[in-house]
Design a protein around this ligand. Sequence first.
Ligand code: ARG
Length: 246
Amino acid sequence: AVALLSSAAFAQQTLLQEITESGELRTCFDAGYMPFEMKAKNGQFIGFDVDLGKQMARAMGVKYVPVNTAWDGIIPTLLTGKCHLIMGGMTITPQRNMQVNFADPYVVIGQSILLSPKLEGKVSSYRDLNSEEFTVVTKLGTTGEGAIKRYLPKAKVNLFETQSEAVLEVTNGKADAFIYDLPFNAIYAAEHQGQLVHLDQPFTFEPLGWAVRQGDPDFLNFLNGYLRQIKGDGTYERIYDKWFKD
Ligand code: ARG
């Protein structure tokens, strides 16, 4: 029994040890989700999550390694060990929380609506969109999809692999409204003045959290401790203001 116990103890390297020994903090996200993670023209990843990840890696004394992953495979990517955590603007939902653990929320958002200008005045909230005469779009596997199923069950739905493809349907006149996270919509509307109307009253409550594999309270404790620290010492505010205020 003693031998078994000690070999098990040696075989089990904790995630924090693995990060320290490999010298890398590998974070998963799906780029294209403004302002959390974007691919800059020079190929570098930038954004709110990227800056938080870099700052965290620095505090751990390791290198920040971005792992860009398609959204619908992001949880499997975490679960198969290709990254240490997801820092990707992921909403904490009960379904996801049955597969992964979440650190405390680092920001709270909600769904908002980018509306075709031809519907301005006719549609002023999600309630007005809940009709079979309207086609709504969003990104596959997101809480936008969940919000449509729940709040717009009568509308026609088209789902897209990326958020940019989805929102283009509205600017092209093929769909009536794009349902997505408010921060993305606010930036997109500002960049495409006159092409869309932003109904910017969020109609869902969505805390976003960093996701880790189940069964590792030590890593979760590290993340929550780190978040508490940067929220108190001004680091979080500085990074937040950089990406959310203009
Ligand atoms: N908050 C939404 C969700 O959890 C959308 C997140 C999309 N994030 C991304 N990196 N593309 O479903």
